[in-house]
Design a protein around this ligand. Structure first.
Ligand code: SAM
Length: 243
C-alpha cells in the first residue's frame, strides 16, 4: 500500500478528481462506481462521484425528458432544457465548470492516452444519452468533447460512461494501491502486457515458464519485455506501427 499517499489524501479537503454523472439511471451508475476499487477510492478521498437525475430538472408535470424528432423519423430525442439546467446546477454546486463529456457513438474512440489526460483534470462531468440521442443544440452549447467506447451502438450512455470513468479514475493517484499499479499494463507504454501466472507452479500438466521461478529479476524483466513485444506483434501489429 502507498501509505504516504494515503495519509496525504486523508488530509486533503477535496478529492483529486470530482466526477458528476448526468443520467436518467443514477442507481445504475452508483451500483458500479460505489463497488470495489472505485468505492474504496471514494471512501479514502481520492475520488468523489456525484450522480444527477436529469428528470428532476424538467419543467413539465409529467417529468417527460424526451420528444419526437423534428422532421419525422423513429424514436425519441432527449430535450435540451433539462440537460442544460442539470449541468448548470452541477457547475453551481461545485463552484467551477467541469470538462463536459457526452458519451456518443459519434465521438472519438476512447484511448488509454486520452484517459491519462482526463485523469489529470480536477473535474469531469459526463452526460449519458438515451433513446435516439440528444437534441444537438445542447451539445453545441455546452459539451466540450464527445467520447465513444467503440464502433457499435448501445441503448444508453450509462455503460459507456462507466467504462470511461473506471478507466480514468484508476489512473488518479491514490486510487490504485501500489500492488495494483497500472504502469506495466497493456496500453500504458504502447505495448500489450506480458503473460502472467500465479500458483500453483504446475496446473493440469502446464508448468509456469521456468524463468519466472528463477528469482533473477533482471532476466525476468528482459523476458517480460520480449513477451510484451511478441504478443503485441502477434495480436495488435497496428500498435507497433503507430507512433
Ligand atoms: N442515434 C444515435 C446515433 O446514431 O448516433 C445513437 C443513440 S444510442 C441508441 C443512445 C445513447 O447511448 C447515446 O445517446 C449515447 O449516450 C449512448 N451510446 C450508445 N453507443 C455508444 C458508444 N459506442 N459509445 C458511447 N456512447 C454510446
Amino acid at each position: 500500500m502507498n501509505e504516504q499517499l494515503d495519509s496525504q489524501l486523508s488530509t486533503l479537503n477535496s478529492p483529486l478528481l470530482r466526477v458528476d454523472i448526468l443520467t436518467l439511471f443514477p442507481d445504475m451508475c452508483r451500483a458500479v462506481m460505489d463497488e470495489s476499487i472505485l468505492g474504496r477510492a471514494q471512501k479514502k478521498g481520492a475520488l468523489a462521484v456525484y450522480t444527477h437525475q436529469i428528470r428532476e430538472y424538467t419543467l413539465n408535470k409529467q417529468k417527460q425528458v424526451d420528444d419526437y424528432p423534428y422532421g419525422g423519423g423513429q424514436g425519441l430525442i432527449m430535450n435540451a432544457q433539462p440537460i442544460a439546467d442539470c449541468f448548470r446546477a452541477v457547475c453551481d454546486a461545485a463552484g467551477e465548470r467541469p470538462h463536459f463529456i457526452y458519451m456518443s457513438p459519434q465521438g472519438a474512440v476512447l484511448t488509454q492516452r486520452r484517459a491519462r489526460e482526463l485523469a489529470a483534470l480536477p473535474r469531469i462531468a459526463v452526460l449519458c444519452g438515451h433513446y435516439e440521442g440528444v437534441d444537438e443544440r445542447v451539445l453545441e452549447a455546452l459539451v466540450d468533447e464527445q467520447i465513444s467506447i467503440g464502433d457499435y451502438v448501445l441503448t444508453g450512455g450509462e455503460l459507456p460512461a462507466l467504462v470511461l470513468l473506471d478507466c480514468v479514475a484508476r489512473l488518479v493517484p491514490g486510487v490504485l494501491s501500489e500492488a495494483e499499479c497500472f504502469t506495466d499494463e497493456s496500453h500504458f507504454s504502447g505495448l500489450l502486457e506480458y503473460p502472467q501466472y500465479t500458483r500453483p507452479a504446475v496446473w493440469e500438466d502446464r508448468p509456469v515458464p521456468e524463468i519466472l521461478l528463477s528469482g533473477h529479476h533482471q532476466n525476468i524483466r528482459k523476458w517480460r519485455r520480449e513477451q510484451s513485444i511478441l504478443r503485441t506483434a502477434e495480436r495488435r501489429p497496428d500498435m507497433l506501427d503507430s507512433d
